[in-house]
Design a protein around this ligand. Structure first.
Ligand code: HEC
Ligand code: HEC
Length: 171
C-alpha cells in the first residue's frame, strides 16, 4: 500500500504531462493554419494598398465601383473591415470575392454579407441598445456569432438534407 501511492502519483504526473504536450501541439497546428489565412488576406490587402497609394483617406465610394453597404467609409477603413470579416469567419478574401475582379457580386457570400450587415446593424440599433437590464452599450459584431467559423453552430436540430434556395437566388 505504501508503495502504491507514490507510484500512483508518478503515473498521474506522467499522464498529465503527456496530455499537456499533446494539447500544445494542437495549438501550434491551429496557429499555423490561422497564419496562412492571415498571410493570404494580407497579400491581397498589400497589393490593393500599393495600387491605391495616396488614396487611403479618400471616401471609398469614390475609389471603388461597388460600395453599397459601407458608404462613407475611407478606403483604408474598408480594407481593414475586409480583413476583420475574413478573420471573424476564418476565411480568405476568396470566400466572398473573385480576387481578379473585386467589384463582382458573383460570389453568393458577397450578397449574404450585405444581408448580414443589415441584420447586425438592426440587432445593435433596435434590440441590444434597448436592453434595460444590461450596462450599455451592448453590441455584437460578426465575430460574436461566427467566432472564426463560416457558419455559426445552429441552436436546435438542423434541417434534414439540403435546404431549398430562396426564390430568385442566382447561385
Ligand atoms: C465575408 C465576405 C467578405 C470577405 C471575407 C471579404 N470581402 Fe471584400 N467585400 C465584401 C462585400 C459584401 C463588399 C461590398 C461592400 C459594400 O457594399 O459597401 C466588399 C467590397 C470589397 C472591395 C470594393 C470592391 C468594389 O469595387 O467596390 C474590395 C477592394 C474588397 N472588398 C477587398 C477585399 C479583400 C482584399 C479581402 C480580403 C482581405 C476581402 N475583400 C474580404 C465581402 C467580403
Ligand atoms: C447574430 C448572429 C450573427 C451575426 C452578428 C453575424 N452572423 Fe453571419 N451568419 C449567422 C448565421 C446563423 C449564419 C448561417 C445562416 C444559415 O445558413 O443558416 C450566418 C451566415 C453567414 C454567411 C454565409 C456563410 C455560409 O457558409 O453559408 C456569411 C458570409 C456571413 N454570415 C457573414 C457575416 C458577417 C460579415 C457578419 C458581420 C457583419 C455576420 N455574418 C454577422 C449569424 C450571424
Amino acid at each position: 500500500m505504501k508503495i502504491f501511492i507514490p507510484v500512483l502519483l508518478l503515473f498521474i504526473g506522467v499522464s498529465s504531462f503527456m496530455s499537456m504536450s499533446k494539447s500544445s501541439e494542437t495549438v501550434q497546428v491551429k496557429t499555423v493554419l490561422k497564419d496562412t489565412l492571415m498571410l493570404d488576406r494580407e497579400k491581397y490587402i498589400t497589393k490593393l494598398k500599393d495600387s491605391l497609394k495616396g488614396k487611403e483617406s479618400m471616401v471609398a465610394d469614390s475609389v471603388f465601383k461597388n460600395i453599397k453597404s459601407l458608404k462613407g467609409k475611407s478606403v483604408e477603413q474598408v480594407l481593414s473591415i475586409m480583413n476583420n470579416w475574413g478573420h471573424a469567419l476564418g476565411v480568405t478574401c476568396k470566400f466572398c470575392h473573385d480576387v481578379n475582379d473585386w467589384t463582382s457580386e458573383k460570389s453568393r457570400n458577397h450578397l449574404r454579407t450585405r444581408e448580414m450587415i443589415v441584420m447586425n446593424d438592426r440587432l445593435n440599433r433596435e434590440l441590444l441598445s434597448q436592453m434595460k437590464g444590461f450596462r450599455q452599450p451592448v453590441t455584437m459584431g460578426c465575430i460574436s456569432c461566427h467566432n472564426e467559423m463560416k457558419e455559426p453552430p445552429h441552436d436546435g436540430p438542423r434541417p434534414q438534407g439540403p435546404r431549398q434556395r430562396p426564390e430568385g437566388a442566382k447561385n
